[in-house]
Design a protein around this ligand. Structure first.
Ligand SMILES: Nc1ncnc2c1ncn2[C@@H]1O[C@H](COP(=O)(O)OP(=O)(O)OP(=O)(O)O)[C@@H](O)[C@H]1O
Ligand SMILES: Cc1cn([C@H]2C[C@H](O)[C@@H](COP(=O)(O)O)O2)c(=O)[nH]c1=O
Length: 213
């Protein structure tokens, strides 16, 4: 079936603020009358949330990097067919907290598997369905991790507790993806205040939706 909706993903290192900002942005769009589906990866639906808990479980310290990459791709496949594609086909705006670029930055770049290899397993998982626009919440990882430690009540998972070096590689990976996909990925300086970041994200999305409508 022909795609009619609009697909936005948010990306960035840990604690960049993407979940907080995109939630507020989604609520604003709903108030304006847009039909919005908020979702996340890994997760978004029952099977993929179960895969999420396997991947992120702190006890799974032995997990091989390729197993990790395949689990993320498997969770993505199910999420795509069960939730993302039907929502897009119904003409909705899908806002997804992380998508393929997380795999490219974390598994491809930071884990060192290789961006091309991760792209290829993900192409098997998602086919042609890529986000129309991706907002990259860019932040120095030490500041992001500081935010998580200072404010966030959520438990730290197996990826959060990776070294600062790993998180710096993740950021480098994201910035190299911006060069590879300059049309799709837009960078937001996430070190600014919540209000400023929200305004910038809102403007970017509204500009896209203006084109979309
Ligand atoms: N611009 C900001 N300035 C200061 N604190 C912020 C800002 N944006 C978000 N925060 C706070 O930082 C913490 C992390 O935010 P959030 O969970 O939205 O980040 P995230 O990018 O989704 O992280 P993760 O990917 O690790 O889940 C939260 O406590 C949130 O309230
Ligand atoms: C989709 C995806 C995610 N990750 C990592 C990024 C984070 O460390 C966790 C998800 O936790 P969050 O609180 O929801 O941000 O998983 C990854 O490494 N690869 C991926 O494809």
């Amino acid at each position: 079936m022909q795609k009619k909706g609009y697909f936005i993903s948010s990306e960035g290192p840990e604690g960049a603020g993407k979940t907080t900002v995109m939630q507020l942005l989604g609520e604003r769009l709903v108030k304006e009358g847009y039909d919005v589906v908020m979702t996340r990866e890994p997760g978004g639906i029952k099977i993929s949330e179960k895969i999420r808990s396997i991947i992120l479980d702190n006890e799974h310290t032995m997990m091989d990097s390729r197993t990790e990459a395949l689990l993320y791709a498997a969770a993505r496949r199910q999420h795509l067919v069960e939730k993302i594609q039907p929502s897009l086909e119904a003409g909705k705006i899908v806002i997804c907290d992380r998508f393929i670029d997380s795999s490219l930055a974390y598994q491809g770049y930071a884990r060192g598997i290789g961006v091309e290899e991760i792209l290829s397993i993900n192409q098997f998982a998602i086919g042609q369905t890529m986000p129309d626009k991706t907002l990259l919440f860019d932040i120095e990882p030490s500041l992001g991790l500081k935010r998580i430690n200072a404010h966030s009540t959520r438990e730290k998972n197996r990826l959060d507790v990776e070294s600062l070096y790993f998180h710096q590689k993740v950021r480098e990976g994201y910035l190299s993806l911006v060069e590879q996909y300059p049309e799709r990925i837009q960078v937001i300086d996430a070190s600014k205040s919540l209000e400023e970041v929200l305004e910038e994200a809102y403007k970017m999305v509204k500009m896209e939706l203006g084109i979309f409508r």
